[in-house]
Each structure stands twice: as structure tokens, then as C-alpha cells.
Design a protein around this ligand. Structure first.
Ligand code: FES
Ligand code: FES
Length: 182
């Protein structure tokens, strides 16, 4: 099959890829562009490990064919931190031990970031709905939900000591995460 050129922004950086049109966004980002944060769990749209944000909406990148992101804004987990400042949900996952093996975490973080951006005051129920498409085989859901809840309740605080060298952003600074790509 003939190759095609697809242009989009990846974490704010313009990229051009020349590839077969049947390849997925996940394949291109990992194999061609070298960003390995997004994971392939199922490859069939069931686990959420590959979640990215495309034009402000979460997608299962294993189901997105690369031509579908022509001229789009794509954000991966590598794009959540801005200028060395962790996104509030990243810091909250650390502070609340919201991870075990870590395999699901990149996708969880993307869904969590989208959830708090869409609804900065999300309740526990709304957070659980926002994360419903992300499966954790370690079943660490409670700590993950508590972490996101700390962000929406405004109890997530900046780290102290050495960690303050790369401070997290506060709840009031959620919007640039996804919007800065546009
Ligand atoms: S790898 Fe995409 S949803 Fe599981
Ligand atoms: S932390 Fe292991 S799959 Fe979620």
C-alpha cells in the first residue's frame, strides 16, 4: 500500500511522518517517534493503556489510524509535564502511591488529566466514570481515585524538599496541559 504523509503536533512539536496509512497512532508514536510512555495492553480498545489526548479528547490510540490525526494536536504522557513542572495529577499519583507495576499509569494519567480539566471539581463518582475506560490489572483503583480526588478537592500540595526542584502545578493551572498544544 502506498505510503502517505501525516502532519500533526506531538506534545506541542510539529511532526511529519511518512508511513503506511493502516498503521495506528500508537505504533507510529512508539516505533517511529520513539515515545514509549504510551503502552499497548490489549490492542483492541479495551484496556486504556494506550490513552492519548487528541484535540482535547481522550482516545485509545491503538484504534486510531494515523491518517485520522492529520493536522491534529496529539498529547501523550510525555507531554503532561510542562517546563519540568509535573501536572497536578502526576504529583498526586506519586504522593498517594497511585501505582503498583505502573503499566496502566500512563493511560490513567491521561484520562485523569482530561477528567480534571473537563471538570476541575469532579466528585469521586465523576472521577471513577472518567477513569472507567482504564483497566489496572494490579487493581490499584482506590489509591488512583484518591489521588485524582486530591486534585479536584484542592488538597494536593506542592512537594517539599528535593522534589520542590521540579514543583508540580496547582489546581488553578490545569488548562495549559491540553490547551497549550492548540
Ligand atoms: S492497548 Fe489500546 S485500549 Fe488496550
Ligand atoms: S499499576 Fe499495574 S496494571 Fe495498574
Amino acid at each position: 500500500m502506498a505510503k502517505t504523509v501525516v502532519q500533526f503536533t506531538l506534545n506541542g512539536n510539529p511532526v511529519d511522518v511518512y508511513t503506511e496509512p493502516f498503521r495506528t497512532l500508537l505504533e507510529v508514536v512508539r516505533d517511529d517517534l520513539g515515545l514509549f510512555g504510551s503502552k499497548e495492553g490489549c490492542g483492541t480498545g479495551d484496556c486504556g493503556a494506550c490513552t492519548m489526548i487528541v484535540d482535547g479528547k481522550t482516545v485509545n490510540s491503538c484504534l486510531v489510524l494515523i491518517p485520522e490525526v492529520q493536522q491534529a494536536s496529539v498529547v501523550t504522557v510525555e507531554g503532561l509535564a510542562v517546563n519540568g513542572h509535573l501536572h497536578p495529577v502526576q504529583q498526586a499519583f506519586i504522593d498517594h502511591s497511585g501505582l503498583q507495576c505502573g503499566f496502566c499509569i500512563p493511560g490513567m494519567l491521561m484520562s485523569a488529566a482530561a477528567t480534571v480539566q473537563d471538570n476541575p471539581d469532579a466528585t469521586e463518582e465523576e472521577i471513577r466514570i472518567g477513569l472507567a475506560g482504564n483497566l489496572c490489572r494490579c487493581t490499584g483503583y482506590d489509591k488512583i481515585v484518591k489521588a485524582v480526588l486530591a486534585v479536584t478537592q484542592g488538597t494536593q500540595v506542592a512537594p517539599a524538599g528535593e522534589a520542590a526542584a521540579a514543583p508540580s502545578r496547582g489546581k488553578e493551572d490545569l488548562s495549559p496541559v491540553i490547551m497549550f498544544q492548540e
